[in-house]
Design a protein around this ligand. Structure first.
Ligand SMILES: Nc1ncnc2c1ncn2[C@@H]1O[C@H](COP(=O)(O)OP(=O)(O)OP(=O)(O)O)[C@@H](O)[C@H]1O
Ligand SMILES: [Mg+2]
Length: 262
């Protein structure tokens, strides 16, 4: 196919121009442009089936059946919604899976420590809780020391409390590492909580973008937070008029949002 140049870029962590990906003659991604700055945290929203995972797979270098230009750093890592751990390998071996050379166990343990899972290094994946498995998956991404971290709904399957902890962890890891992050999520609140910029994908392109100009750590009770959240929900076609003003509920949990954004 046309130009698919997976090589390092300096001004951008991601530079995508005119990207098209079709399945059976239907363009799911249709002449999409996207730039992400080094160290920038970008969240990607969009209704189910709009092509978010497809875009992430392209950026991860897992799908090269494309047209257009894709520039990404050599060091990149991806974590999916399902942790995808090999059940016959202990956690630390899972973390090192696919790394070139013969990395030491200590490398895995350092990454596991970073996600608060050092004590489960020797465990079998089936003995991990959902949140632990997700953290192991994040550790596996971190050992690659990525300049670009691609996260595809990594908190989707977690209960509310574990999800909040995992969000906080990703925020901390991002601040410590300084890598660019592209986080796919269905949760508008999560996007506004974590990202420098929130994108909405629709019709095969980035149809809307919103800079989140709020200091960190962010306060969901801040009226400007609520404003951003409401305007993004509107973009996603969710009617927020029914929400009672002043009540801060986890919006993505509400049936109205689930119906439209999921
Ligand atoms: N390998 C494939 N073969 C055929 N169609 C595919 C393939 N992968 C994705 N698609 C189609 O491309 C479209 C976009 O899929 P994608 O998984 O990128 O959506 P998404 O935005 O990630 O959705 P969700 O929010 O539900 O995860 C869907 O219609 C899907 O059926
Ligand atoms: Mg998806």
């Amino acid at each position: 196919m046309a130009t698919d140049v997976h090589r390092p870029v300096s001004r951008f962590a991601v530079h995508v121009e005119g990207l098209t990906r079709s399945f059976d003659g239907r363009a799911v991604i249709d002449a999409l442009d996207l730039d992400v700055r080094p160290g920038e945290f970008v969240a990607l929203l969009g209704r189910s089936g709009c092509g978010k995972s497809t875009l992430l797979r392209v950026l991860a270098g897992l799908d090269r059946e494309i047209e257009g230009t894709v520039l990404v750093p050599r060091r990149k890592a991806v974590a999916f919604q399902a942790p995808r751990l090999m059940p016959w390998k202990r956690v630390w071996r899972n973390v090192l899976l696919g790394l070139p050379g013969k990395p030491e166990r200590a490398v895995a343990e350092q990454a596991l420590d970073e996600v608060g899972l050092g004590h489960r290094s020797q465990a079998w994946p089936k003995t991990l809780s959902g949140g632990e498995a997700q953290r192991a998956s994040l550790a596996r991404a971190l050992v690659r020391e990525p300049d670009l971290l691609l996260l595809d709904e990594p908190f989707g399957a977690l209960d509310a409390l574990t999800r909040i902890k995992a969000q906080r962890l990703v925020g901390e890891v991002w601040q410590r590492r300084g890598c660019a992050v592209l986080l796919v999520t269905h949760d508008v609140e999560e996007a506004v909580l974590l990202a420098d910029r929130v994108l909405v994908m629709d019709g095969g392109v980035i149809a809307h973008e919103q800079t989140v100009d709020l200091d960190r750590p962010r306060d969901i009770a801040d009226p400007r937070f609520a404003e951003l959240r409401a305007s993004l929900l509107e973009r996603l076609g969710v009617d927020t008029a029914a929400e009672s003003p002043g009540i801060e509920s986890p919006v993505a949990e509400s049936p109205a949002v689930k119906a439209s954004a999921a």
